[in-house]
Structure formats: structure tokens, C-alpha cells
Ligand binder design. Structure first.
Ligand code: PGA
Length: 254
């Protein structure tokens, strides 16, 4: 069965004290209230990973993730963090190719592919983000665009490696805008991505891959989105900064 994952991407939010408080609340609420199959992932800024790892290590429900890693193994890259460093924390998940990284930090598909290789070599699970802009969707090219993103950064992987990847479909026009994809739009794109993977890697690998939706997922729209047969969870930004909202989204997993 596919893993159902609700991952909270905290982006550049929360001081150390705030991060500890938020993680503590979420872990407590998950223990008390979550009775479904949802696996939670907390993805704070790098500086909080070490302190939060002490909390998540004690929880079977809540894992830890990082928002990025560098595409080289080590070296003179001031300000950067390597896959090996993240594995040593330890974290379990790392986001790669988020649209904000692609846009503001000019990350290329080739660099994203390199990051994925390094993460897999360290037994970390990449959460590979893809998704089209509004202009691409309005031009009728959303499916082709997302296919290219998937092909360019993932299709060099062996089937064994591909089976370790989590995909997050995040339409750029829905991120942080309050505009969510409808459940029909999400389902259609998730099905399309799964078909693309099935063509290359076979039906059974594709059916076992978790594909998360991201883009203004909130407690009031999560149930609709998570009810789609090909939506296996969420990559949540804004609503992951409030413990109550995040847990309520996780409760909508069936
Ligand atoms: P959002 O962000 O939920 O605030 O739209 C999602 C994301 O960027 O991962």
C-alpha cells in the first residue's frame, strides 16, 4: 500500500523557541488524536533540525525533513548544506526542486537530479517537487510541462532508486495564494504523473509511489483533495505553521 504522508514545509519561518514549541504540540496532538495511516513529516529550517531530531526520534508517527541540500558532495560552497550532513542529523526526508528554489535560486533540472542521487546514496527520501505556472496551464501545456520535469530529473534513476522517491505535485499558481487546485485538477495531474512513471518503470512501481499534492492545502479543502484516488498526502506550507491546522489536515487522510 502507498504511504500516506502529510509533510509540513515551514519554509523560512520560526525561531528556535517557536520551532520547538510547534514540533512539541504537533507530536503531542498526533499521539492523542491521529488514528489513521498518516505519516507526518516536519520540515523546518536547517538550524532547527538538530534540536527537533531529538523530539522526532521518540515518535513513530512524526519524521523529520530538510528543505534542500546542495548538489555537490562537499567543498567550498559557502552557506550550503550537504546530503551527508543531513543524513547524520538524522533526517529522513529532503525536499528537492521546490518551485521557490527553481525560481529564486535558479536550480536546474540537472542539479535537482544530482541532489536526488546524493540523497538516495545516503538513504534519504527525496520529496521531488514539480508543477506548472499559471501561464503554462492557461496555454494548455500543464501535462507536457510536468512530464518534462519528471523525466528530466528522475528518469535516469534505476527502478530500485525510483521506488524510493516521493513526488509532490505543486501547481505554482496555488502555492501561498489561497487558490487550491480543484480535486479534479489534482486527480488528473496525479494520474498523469503516475501514468508517465508506469510507462517507464511499469505499473506496479508506479502504483506504489506516493504522490503528494501541495498548494494552499488547508483543513477545509484537505478532505476533498485527499479523497482523490491518486493523491497520497500533502506538502503543506502555510497551514503547517499552526499545529491545529496541520493536525486537522492529517486527520483528513483516509
Ligand atoms: P502553501 O505552500 O501550502 O503555503 O501553498 C506549499 C508549498 O510550497 O510546499
Amino acid at each position: 500500500m502507498r504511504k500516506k504522508i502529510i509533510a509540513g514545509n515551514w519554509k523560512m519561518h520560526k525561531t528556535a523557541t517557536e520551532a520547538l514549541a510547534l514540533a512539541t504540540e504537533i507530536i503531542q496532538m498526533a499521539n492523542d488524536e491521529l488514528h489513521n495511516q498518516a505519516h507526518l513529516v516536519l520540515i523546518p529550517p536547517f538550524v532547527h533540525l538538530h534540536s527537533l531530531s531529538k523530539l522526532t526520534a521518540a515518535s513513530s508517527r512524526v519524521a523529520l525533513g530538510a528543505q534542500n541540500c546542495h548538489h555537490e558532495t562537499q567543498g567550498a560552497f559557502t552557506g550550503e548544506v550537504s546530503a551527508a550532513m543531513l543524513a547524520a542529523v538524522p533526517v529522513q526526508y529532503v525536499i528537492v526542486g521546490h518551485s521557490e528554489r527553481r525560481e529564486y535560486f535558479q536550480e536546474t533540472p540537472a542539479q535537482i537530479a544530482q541532489k536526488i542521487d546524493l540523497l538516495l546514496a545516503h538513504h534519504l527520501t527525496p520529496i521531488f517537487c514539480c508543477g506548472e505556472s499559471l501561464a503554462v496551464r492557461e496555454a494548455g501545456n500543464a501535462y507536457g510541462y510536468v512530464s518534462s520535469q519528471v523525466i528530466d530529473s528522475l528518469f535516469h534513476l534505476s527502478p530500485e532508486a525510483m521506488a524510493q522517491v516521493v513526488i509532490a505535485y505543486e501547481p505554482i499558481w496555488a502555492i501561498g495564494t489561497g487558490k487550491t487546485a480543484t480535486s479534479t485538477q489534482a486527480q488528473e495531474m496525479h494520474w498523469h504523473i503516475r501514468q508517465e512513471i508506469a510507462k517507464k518503470y511499469g505499473e506496479s512501481l508506479a502504483l506504489n509511489l506516493s504522490i503528494l499534492y501541495g498548494g494552499s492545502m488547508k483543513p477545509d479543502n484537505a478532505a476533498d483533495l485527499l479523497a482523490c484516488p491518486d493523491v497520497d498526502g500533502g506538502l503543506v506550507g502555510g497551514a503547517s505553521l499552526q499545529s491545529r491546522d496541520f493536525i486537522n489536515i492529517a486527520k483528513a487522510v483516509h
